[in-house]
Design a protein around this ligand. Structure first.
Ligand code: HXC
Length: 316
């Protein structure tokens, strides 16, 4: 569904800042990543989004293209970030069809609620593979193009490069591993790995002009992530524990993306932008999912009332 600009982008950014640029985004059909890409497309970029579900990915690509007349947005479905060869082929196709890869958003992730008791070894591995290996695969498949774009679009920080910015990657992470969170062991471990990956990319590829940063979204309303993490009837009371007093909006993640990818982010490298209304500072007081701590863990009950439920094979 075409969205009004106010749903995915603030008024502070200038149209055309990403003209002739291409953004490559895994997990691009998801609620958060599609807003990030839509904002980039609105401001001039063309886009290549990847996902596992063919219909959902192609439909989202068409939808995102409505953000700007003449925009080219390709939706590549049936792509699993756990398979490097598949990503490499897609990166090559992106460059063939759209001309370059200037920006990457590594957004594909897996999540569900499960205690360590409920989490089988294979369930843990699935999330590690999607988040950590998938992010690494995305990086490896796109780095040559990012480095090329960085070389073409250098800025000394005073004079903006006349051809704009390029050669930047954002890893979409989380905040749960800053303090730890019940029922999220698998994701906490995985996101800590993703953060380390981004930091090291900045160290090794910064000298070649590539900027690598993390956006760590907190509780963002109306997203698949929140549906998987919180019982909806609890979301109102949860919002009242967030220092900013409400859930975030996908637009607020998109704005952080534009900040990092545009001229405003030239000297921002190897860091994390947390967009969470201060929520992570309250983690220790509130598990944030409606499962009372520690009673739920001690009860041996199974998780119910959230999206992404599946009977785990784990038994200890
Ligand atoms: C316990 C579960 C489970 C659940 C799956 N498993 N769901 N165990 N509780 N709710 C177990 C399965 O039983 C199986 O283990 C293993 O995980 C793999 O499951 P599959 O379905 O075979 O794997 P796969 O198809 O690869 O699915 C990956 C997935 C799934 C991560 C498990 O949920 C998925 O595809 N998610 C993608 C979409 C998604 O998660 N979006 C949310 C992103 S939001 P056994 O032992 O039975 O073989 C996000 C926000 C993070 O990431 C930030 C938080 C703040």
């Amino acid at each position: 569904m075409p969205l009004p600009k106010s749903a995915y982008l603030s008024e502070v950014w200038k149209d055309g800042i990403f003209d002739n640029k291409v953004v490559f985004c895994t997990g691009g059909a998801g609620t958060i990543c599609s807003a990030q890409v839509r904002a980039m497309v609105h401001l001039g970029a063309n886009a290549y989004i990847l996902g596992r579900n063919v219909e959902k990915t192609e439909k989202m690509a068409k939808d995102i293209a409505t953000a700007r007349p003449g925009a080219k947005v390709i939706g590549a479905g049936n792509v699993d970030v756990r398979k490097f060869d598949s990503l490499k082929n897609e990166a090559e196709r992106c460059v063939r069809e759209l001309g370059s890869i200037d920006f990457v958003i590594a957004g594909a992730a897996g999540n569900f609620l499960a205690s360590i008791d409920q989490l089988s070894v294979n369930a843990f591995k699935s999330v590690m593979d999607i988040d950590v290996l998938g992010s690494y695969n995305t990086l490896k498949a796109t780095l040559p193009y990012l480095a090329e774009s960085a070389t073409k679009h250098k800025s000394d920080g005073l004079t903006p490069c006349p051809t704009g910015t390029g050669g930047r990657i954002i890893f979409v992470s989380a905040t749960i591993h800053y303090s730890g969170l019940p029922l999220q062991t698998h994701v906490s471990v995985a996101k800590a790995g993703v953060d380390s990956l981004s930091n090291n990319v900045a160290i090794e590829y910064g000298p070649r002009g590539v900027n690598s940063n993390i956006i760590a979204p907190g509780p963002i309303g109306e997203t698949e992530g929140m549906e998987r993490l919180a019982r909806m009837e609890d979301s109102q009371s949860y919002a009242s524990t967030i220092p900013s007093g409400r859930m975030g909006r996908v637009k607020e993640i998109a704005d952080a993306t534009i900040y990092l990818f545009s001229d405003s982010g030239n000297y921002v490298n190897g860091t994390t932008i947390v967009v969470d209304g201060g929520a992570w500072r309250m983690h220790s007081a509130n598990p944030g999912s409606g499962f009372k701590y520690p009673d739920f863990l001690l009860s041996g009950e199974e998780v119910t009332g959230v999206a992404g439920l599946k009977k785990s094979k784990s038994k200890i």
